[in-house]
Design a binder for this molecule. Structure first.
Ligand SMILES: CC(C)(COP(=O)(O)OP(=O)(O)OC[C@H]1O[C@@H](n2cnc3c(N)ncnc32)[C@H](O)[C@@H]1OP(=O)(O)O)[C@@H](O)C(=O)NCCC(=O)NCCS
Length: 295
């Protein structure tokens, strides 16, 4: 595989990925933000050009200095042919098979390929497969056939009103990363905290501050442009706070022309209800993450 050089090729790639939505969503979102400032300094590799079969997005080698930091050492993959992608993903020039890393994709069909590669490379894999949602305005713009097929609303759903006297809408500050990290299902360690800090510094975030000015509910964006790491303090739950924060974040992203999407754990009923209330569209494909660790 080889890196795409120059703004023009990357714009062609972004446009081309739209044709493969929603299977390409995770890679599309990442390429969109590469083309809008590239704050995570990522690069896009393709196996052929312009008729690529596989795209892999990854950090620059010089940014992958910690072999144990799978949050930084993350690859996003989209392929038109998973079997053919196996050779590309096995190459040490594409994926550094000496490190701990993650692969993310909206294609569950990559599971077999990744499990095969992991077996030959002596890696252990933890696969998370969650529901994937797209904001209704994003779906309307990029994948209208999804709305037609499901006869879904073209309008955003609104959250119920919150107590405006008690809570103040704000954006996250990097010093709040410690707190956010404690509640993140995939986090809770020093490396995940550094990742959250970088996301807060690089992208939009929204939060609600409580009566004492402390953080009570929040959401942020990761390098793939996905809304992630949302949470509400236990004593403030079931008051519609996360629904409100995510609604505000999605509105702001729509206004900037950013794609809006997110994933929800299959067992997380609260976030599924919230997605339904806000008219986020369930995708026919899932969100996947493979956390790969050398044995
Ligand atoms: C999931 C979480 C963010 C919800 O926050 P919240 O502020 O309580 O959410 P809301 O009050 O906006 O509720 C959203 C919907 O879920 C429902 N709900 C809230 N808690 C629920 C629960 N434990 N079980 C089922 N439904 C629940 C609400 O009634 C609401 O539905 P409705 O609008 O139809 O009434 C919060 O429980 C949390 O921080 N959990 C741990 C971290 C997490 O799972 N984060 C999300 C994934 S990264």
């Amino acid at each position: 595989m080889f890196p795409l050089q120059g703004a023009q090729m990357l714009q062609v790639l972004e446009k081309s990925l739209i044709k493969s939505l929603p299977a390409s969503l995770k890679v599309y979102g990442t390429v969109f933000h590469i083309n809008h400032g590239n704050p995570f300094k990522l690069k896009a590799l393709v196996d052929k050009w312009p008729d690529f079969n596989t795209v892999v997005i990854r950090p620059q080698e010089q940014d992958m200095t910690d072999d144990l930091d799978h949050y930084t050492n993350t690859y996003q993959v989209y392929t038109k042919d998973p079997q053919e992608a196996q050779e590309s993903l096995g190459s040490p020039e594409v994926i550094n098979w000496k490190q701990h890393f993650q692969i993310q994709s909206s294609q569950s069909s990559l599971n077999e390929v990744i499990q095969n590669l992991a077996a030959t490379k002596s890696y252990q894999v933890k696969h998370s497969e969650n529901f994937l949602y797209m904001g209704s305005q994003t779906a309307k713009k990029l994948a209208p056939s999804l709305l037609d097929a499901k006869k879904l609303s073209l309008h955003d759903g609104k959250p119920k009103a919150i107590n405006q006297d008690m809570f103040q809408l704000s954006s996250l500050d990097v010093t709040q990363a410690t707190f956010v990290n404690k509640f993140w299902y995939f986090g809770g360690n020093e490396r995940s905290q550094r990742f959250i800090e970088r996301c807060i510094r690089s992208f939009l975030s929204f939060c609600l501050l409580g009566p004492e000015g402390t953080l009570v509910s929040w959401t942020l964006m990761d390098q793939t442009g996905e809304m992630r790491v949302a949470g509400t303090l236990p004593e403030y739950r079931s008051q519609g706070l996360v629904s409100y924060v995510i609604y505000k974040q999605a509105l702001a992203m729509d206004k900037l022309g950013f794609p809006v999407y997110s994933h929800v754990d299959k067992s997380n009923k609260a976030m599924q209800r919230m997605s339904h209330t806000l008219h986020h569209i369930p995708m026919p494909c899932n969100w996947n993450q493979w956390h790969c660790t050398p044995l």
